[in-house]
Design a protein around this ligand. Sequence first.
Ligand code: SF4
Ligand code: SF4
Length: 132
Amino acid sequence: MVFIVMKKVFSCKLCGHCCHGESTVSLSQAEQKGIASFLGLDPADFLREFCVKKGNRIEMKIVDGHCIFYGDDGFCKVHEVKPFQCRRWPLHPSILGDQKAWDAIKADCPGFDEDACYEDVCELVRRVNNGY
Ligand code: SF4
Ligand code: SF4
């Protein structure tokens, strides 16, 4: 049932748009450790090589206009352990409070079905953010 709703409302087109531009994705300590371990790196080396500190946030570096983990093949190099914010995108809870938030996200993401209505998108956002 969930699968049917997801197919109708959203299907990622793997366009890579959300991996380009300035990052808004911050990495929790657990995510930093998880990605470092996935890459076989010491956490300190991982931070130095792949991350940037912005205030009290740790983010992935941006290289050539895209996230440092965005591969030449269009896939995420750390897909198996990518941050929660990346796994959830574009089904962000801000959509629930304001249809304009969905309009703005939809303008940047071609994965929403053109016939999807706001109510169906909200239902999917609720499911994703509640762990189904
Ligand atoms: S912008 Fe949307 S369709 Fe494109 S890769 Fe990101 S989530 Fe998928
Ligand atoms: S970690 Fe992966 S999914 Fe997230 S922005 Fe970077 S390349 Fe994209």
